[in-house]
Design a protein around this ligand. Structure first.
Ligand SMILES: [Ca+2]
Ligand SMILES: [Ca+2]
Length: 227
């Protein structure tokens, strides 16, 4: 004969286990604000109106918190970077992911004029939630044809997805985008990537409103391992 006490005890145990699994799953997918440490600002606002089409209004307010799953970190930090310009004019390509975002002289890489791109190898498959870009923020400047893509392979053949594109007239020949031009500031440009899975991140630019050159102070990729 079955003991009712034993059956009740088993039932209670089952309830506890189910509840515990529920709490565990919830904490795994819990959204928390991303901690993005900003470099020192070099200017406030723009002195004169800029003659750039489709330009996002420069906000002096703080960016609202960006929510991402608990455990999301900058997975680009210290990762290898390659470039279409193998011998940069100023600086080293490693500066893109060295963790230093300050605007100071000698703290950025300058690539050849017109359309150039850099590619970050995350060295594994990641679920990506945000990409933050600092091209150059010593002075208000707008970069043209900013196109950001992710892919599974370094040659961008497999599973290529465009996550940002402000080349509205398709100058770069990568397809016309719908994102806006923006003024570079210490806040960088934060792209909401919504959890796409990829290993490689490629960023294009095609000079800026002051000259034809391309610059990077830092690029951060926020994600979690997908392996
Ligand atoms: Ca840097
Ligand atoms: Ca364009």
């Amino acid at each position: 004969m079955k003991s009712p006490i034993k059956e009740i005890a088993i039932a209670i145990l089952v309830v506890i286990i189910v509840a515990a699994i529920g709490i565990l799953n919830k904490s795994k997918s819990r959204l928390v604000p991303l901690e993005i440490k900003l470099p020192r600002p070099m200017f406030v606002g723009t002195e004169k109106p800029m003659r750039v089409s489709n330009l996002k209004k420069l906000s002096t307010k703080d960016r609202p918190p960006f929510l991402a799953p608990h455990g999301t970190t900058n997975i680009a930090l210290g990762k290898p970077v390659s470039s279409s310009d193998e011998a940069p004019i100023i600086g080293e390509i490693e500066m893109v992911t060295d963790g230093d975002k300050e605007a100071a002289d000698g703290n950025y890489v300058e690539l050849a004029p017109l359309l150039q791109h850099i590619t970050i190898d995350l060295e594994g498959m990641y679920e990506i939630f945000a990409v933050a870009i600092w091209h150059y923020h010593q002075q208000p400047q707008v970069y043209y044809d900013v196109v950001v893509m992710v892919a599974d392979d370094k040659d961008f053949i497999t599973n290529v997805r465009t996550i940002f594109n402000n080349d509205t007239d398709n100058t770069a020949g990568l397809g016309a985008g719908t994102n806006m031009h923006y003024v570079e500031t210490n806040k960088g440009e934060l792209i909401d990537v919504k959890g796409v899975k990829a290993r490689f991140v490629r960023l294009y630019s095609n000079g800026n409103n002051n000259n034809d050159l391309n610059h990077y102070v830092e690029v951060e990729v926020y994600g979690k391992s997908a392996e």
